[in-house]
Design a protein around this ligand. Structure first.
Ligand code: ZN
Length: 346
């Protein structure tokens, strides 16, 4: 079958559109004919590699996928050939103490499609049925693939971990990323008070307002830390979402009011930085980290997407053979929403 792969870690030059063997399924797995797959910044980091990441090569790229079941393993019940399914990107064992407690994104054998095992930029993918969610007839594959990773991540962080409350104010640092555009919508749906979004381009900030942001701040035009202080009558916000890291953490912590929570699921500008501890204890702040979401989170948030109450933001759709150039586009940062592969015939 055709797939977008790399044979060794390194630069974008290593990404190729190639023929690879069709995957085999185990007794509790399904073979999915992929109808849509989406990219995430994670794909670039996996391509570059890091110590301890030992992948079977060639590695198929892409954590997000949706499609139609083409075959099922011997012990599968509840799913059948022809079912339209979205795939929860988080793999978990179903047996450890965390999985049994419904906290499967903390599984002792946690893994991610596209990161630790083959992903979805391929004609077919082998998926444990534990990861499948049946899609309503009117739900689109592109929506399902574009939404899965970023929405389950934003939902788990805001709703499950931070227990975001009606009326709370929230600052989202970054306007264009998939998790951020998801977080704006989840906060709106959860009854947020004021939603503040900091971003770097007028177009991305316009999208943020369209999705529910009340106040947008262009960080190229003003000192956003001061602007937030002013906009909140020198009070600060209840919750800050910061997945930027090194470049913004200090300002995000300063933007919180007493007892505020900082949520993080990643760090696009680098993972290591100093924190002024006086801010933490002096203002009773909490930093809440998480990664991905549990199966329950996935079912809840995808139900809202399928109902049209949340919206996947798609930058553009592409054929599978363009995989290498789509990754270049992702790397350029000139993207507003998800890059989706939706044509697997060319
Ligand atoms: Zn487990």
């Amino acid at each position: 079958m055709k797939a977008v792969v790399f044979h060794e870690h390194g630069s974008l030059d290593n990404v190729v559109y190639a023929d690879v063997p069709e995957p085999e399924i185990g007794p509790e797995m399904a073979l999915i004919e992929v109808k849509a797959a989406a990219l995430n910044r994670l794909d670039l980091w996996v391509l570059a590699g890091w110590p301890g990441l030992n992948l079977k090569m060639p590695h198929i790229i892409g954590s997000d996928g949706a499609g139609v079941i083409a075959a099922v393993g011997q012990r599968v019940s509840g799913f059948t050939v022809g079912d339209r399914v979205a795939v929860n990107p988080t793999l978990s064992c179903g047996q450890c103490d965390f999985c049994l407690a419904g906290r499967d994104n903390m599984c002792r054998r946690f893994a991610l499609f596209g990161e630790h095992v083959d992903g979805f930029l391929a004609e077919y993918a082998a998926v444990p049925v534990r990861n499948l969610l049946k899609m309503p007839d009117n739900a689109g594959f592109v929506t399902a693939a574009a939404a899965s990773l970023v929405f389950v991540t934003a939902w788990h962080s805001l709703i499950t971990r931070a227990k975001f409350q009606v009326g709370e104010s929230i600052l989202i640092v970054g306007a264009g990323g998939g998790v951020n555009t998801a977080a704006i919508q989840v906060a709106r749906l959860a009854g947020a008070g004021q939603i503040y979004v900091v971003g770097s381009s007028a177009a991305k900030l316009a999208l943020a307002r369209e999705l529910g942001a009340d106040v947008t701040i262009n960080r190229n035009e003003v000192d956003w830390g001061k602007a937030i202080f002013k906009a909140t009558n020198r009070e600060g916000v209840d919750v800050a979402v910061d997945n930027v890291g090194a470049a913004t953490y200090q300002k995000s912590l300063r933007a919180l009011k007493r007892g505020g929570r900082l949520l993080t699921v990643g760090n696009t500008s680098g993972p290591k930085f100093e924190i002024d501890n006086r801010l933490l204890f002096g203002k009773h702040l909490s930093i809440i980290g998480s990664t991905m979401g549990a199966i329950r989170d996935y079912e809840q948030v995808m139900g809202l997407l399928f109902d049209g109450r949340l919206r996947a933001i798609v930058d553009s759709e592409h054929p599978l053979s363009h995989g290498p150039s789509i990754l270049r586009k992702l790397d350029s940062g000139d993207v507003s929403g998800k890059l989706v592969v939706s044509d697997f015939k060319r």
